[in-house]
Design a protein. Structure first.
Length: 355
């Protein structure tokens, strides 16, 4: 496998609409990078530029030390797995997996060995004589992955490969992709809008919005130390609670509650004295007991945890309690915050996410 470098990549269409701005990323050999963000954020466009399916307007693409920016897709030695499988329905599974190798006019015995090896990795040995329409969605996606594996490419590209599967199959196929990555030690670039896929699969995540990279880091870094309000609210389920608060005399004042600051927090927020900032608290960092009164409007039991949704003054709040609760609409529960994140209200950048 190979390393991959995206240097100042940009995509500007003929109508002057810019889809990707100054994208920079160094992917190490064998690393699995996940591009995540909402629809229209530029993640699939970036992947298609790497694949050669979209021209690169500005910047350079380097694969294994070689500049492939102007190379056609067939010469880049990459393999792409699409969300719609893109299988040939008139061919058997064996023929689908072997097709790209046959186009290369590889030796038939070598093709046979590569197809059998890929089928063994993906548990498709007993499906090779079937047609795609005889398989489930999860099996068809495995065939699409097998077709990529047999090519032994320098880089694997995945474009939302699980979006057409139901929840159970998504979970199972996600685990298969993770095992596949570990087994092949392959360099992979994976696009999804699903943060669960990003958090569970990635060595590192690239979070995008409106064509711009918002943050690059490990799943824990994006979850625990979001760079700005966009990342803070996009990563994490349920999303982070946000409150407009004023910093004053060692406390944070909201419309209906106040929170004492630690010595470290006071020092961090000293320059914001008398100003309004955004306080962020993840639902799992809201615990029962304290001086903040939540007026409950719904209670969702999820087995070992409960989501309690309510309001604090004019702010909505979601609490994720680590026990079974039976609050009813109109009930009140007092809470406190075990971990706080602070954001500049004007720039939306994190003041610090390491408190």
């Amino acid at each position: 496998m190979s390393d991959l470098k995206l240097q100042h990549l940009e995509k500007i269409y003929d109508n002057k609409v810019q889809a990707v701005y100054d994208f920079n990323l160094n992917v190490k050999n064998g690393e699995l990078i996940v591009l995540v963000g909402p629809s229209g954020c530029g993640k699939s466009t970036t992947l298609r530029m790497v694949a050669g399916l979209e021209d690169i307007s500005n910047g350079n693409l380097i694969i294994d030390g070689k500049d492939v920016t102007k190379m056609p897709p067939k010469d880049r030695d990459i393999a792409m797995v699409f969300q719609d499988y893109a299988l040939y329905n008139h061919m058997t599974i064996y023929e689908n997996m072997a097709f790209s190798l046959m186009l290369r006019k590889e030796n038939k015995n070598e093709i046979h060995q590569k197809v059998l090896a890929a089928a063994d990795i993906l548990g498709l040995n007993d499906q090779l004589n079937k047609k795609p329409d005889q398989l489930s969605g999860g099996q068809r996606q495995r065939v699409a992955m097998g077709r990529a594996i047999v090519r032994t490419p320098k880089v694997f590209l995945f474009d939302e490969p699980l979006s057409n599967l139901d929840a159970k199959l998504r979970g199972a196929t996600r685990r298969e992709i993770l095992l596949l990555h570990k087994r092949l030690r392959a360099t992979m670039l994976y696009v999804t809008h699903d943060q669960t896929e990003a958090l569970t699969l990635a060595d590192r995540i690239v979070c995008m919005s409106m064509g711009h990279v918002q943050q690059i880091g490990t799943p824990l870094e994006l979850y625990d130390s979001p760079a700005n309000l966009f990342v803070a609210t996009f990563i994490g389920l349920p999303p982070m609670n946000l409150f407009d608060v004023t910093v004053q005399d060692g406390k944070l004042f909201c419309d209906s509650f106040s929170v004492d600051l630690s010595a470290e927090e006071k020092a961090l927020l000293a320059k914001y004295e008398g100003k309004t900032i955004v306080l962020g608290v993840r639902p799992e960092n809201v615990v029962q007991g304290g001086n903040i009164a939540v007026s409950v409007f719904s209670n969702e039991n999820l087995g070992m945890t409960t989501l309690v949704n309510g309001v604090v003054g004019k702010h909505k709040i979601t609490c994720k309690f680590r026990e079974w609760s039976n609050y009813k609409p109109g009930d009140s529960v007092n809470v406190s915050f075990t971990r706080k994140h602070f954001f500049d209200k004007e720039t939306t950048e994190a003041i610090s996410s390491n408190i």
